[in-house]
Ligand binder design. Structure first.
Ligand SMILES: C[S@@+](CC[C@H](N)C(=O)[O-])C[C@H]1O[C@@H](n2cnc3c(N)ncnc32)[C@H](O)[C@@H]1O
Length: 184
């Protein structure tokens, strides 16, 4: 069976290497931050964002437990403000939209009004040959609408500047799917 999580990582790994700068725009419990941190290593840099203080606490503990290199900055702010913290180009960015798994508070989900400016500014920050991954969870109403909004937006962007693809299990329409944006 196709494992979309493994596939996501393969795409990131084909663009990101030791020493690169990258961002996790939805830190959550830190699994993606950990993956990025280990991929870019001691000489790289990872910026990670979340609006929930609890996400920063659990991510810090998880990164310690996993012996990640101390190459990360955990930022308690919305991802649409990322340019206030990242003053350089990034080689990779990850958005895993939705709510914090296990938090019980589904109100603190990502929302269209901040997701769109966040994704737009992440694309502006992407370096040449950089990659942005955006995972969508259409099984809840806001997640479904985020996916529709993003697809409409992505379809307006120039194919001469970037390539944008969508990976979805077509016979399971409520399962998560993802977009990848690759800057030329
Ligand atoms: C599906 S979880 C991310 C999972 C995470 N990448 C992991 O590896 O555990 C989505 C996260 O996005 C966060 N979030 C919601 N709105 C946000 C915003 N405007 N800026 C940054 N993070 C936000 C939520 O608090 C939640 O922790």
């Amino acid at each position: 069976m196709t494992d979309l999580l493994t596939l996501q990582k393969q795409f990131i790994l084909s663009h990101l290497k030791a020493g690169d700068v990258c961002a996790d725009f939805t830190m959550g419990n830190g699994h993606d931050t950990c993956f990025l941190s280990k991929t870019v290593g001691e000489t790289g840099k990872v910026y990670a964002f979340d609006i929930q203080k609890g996400a920063l606490t659990s991510t810090a503990a998880f990164l310690e437990k996993e012996n990640c290199p101390k190459n990360y900055t955990l930022i308690h702010d919305s991802h649409h403000n990322a340019k206030n913290y990242i003053g350089e180009k990034i080689k990779a960015g990850m958005f895993n939209l939705g709510y914090l798994p296990g938090s019980g508070n589904k109100e603190l989900t990502t929302k269209r009004e901040t997701t769109l400016p966040a994704v737009t500014s992440a694309i502006e920050m992407l370096d040449c040959d950089g990659i942005l991954l955006v995972a969508v969870y259409p099984g809840h109403p806001e997640g479904y609408e985020e996916g529709v909004m993003l697809e409409n937006y992505f379809s307006t962007l120039s194919r001469f500047e970037m390539s944008i693809s969508k990976f979805q299990i077509v016979n399971s329409p409520t399962s998560p799917y993802f977009f990848i944006v690759e800057k030329k």
